[in-house]
Write a new protein. Structure first.
Length: 95
């Protein structure tokens, strides 16, 4: 009986360890769902609406993103320089 308990405990421990490692690998992956804004870093864009008081919105792909950066008029070129949670950080782009 003791051997059965040791065997069953080992099987459960290995199973849950594999599940844990799988989740950790998914979270560390560069294309993980929670890092969806990271793929836009370095992208040059043209503003459709102005950035006022440091914030604005832009459409990338099929999603609207909130953006943060210097006050700029519509039509200005910007480059995505970073991501803060689900907000894209932008700066003046190439002229």
């Amino acid at each position: 009986m003791t051997w059965f308990v040791i065997f069953a405990s080992s099987v459960f421990a290995v199973y849950f360890w594999q599940q844990y490692r799988s989740r950790q690998r998914e979270l560390a992956r560069p294309t993980a769902e929670h890092r969806s804004g990271m793929r836009h870093i370095g992208t040059a864009l043209i503003l459709q609406t102005p950035i006022q008081n440091g914030t604005g919105r832009i459409r990338l792909g099929n999603r609207d993103w909130e953006i943060r950066g210097p006050n700029l008029p519509a039509g200005a070129k910007v480059r995505v320089t970073g991501v803060d949670d689900s907000i894209l950080l932008v700066d003046r782009g190439p002229v």
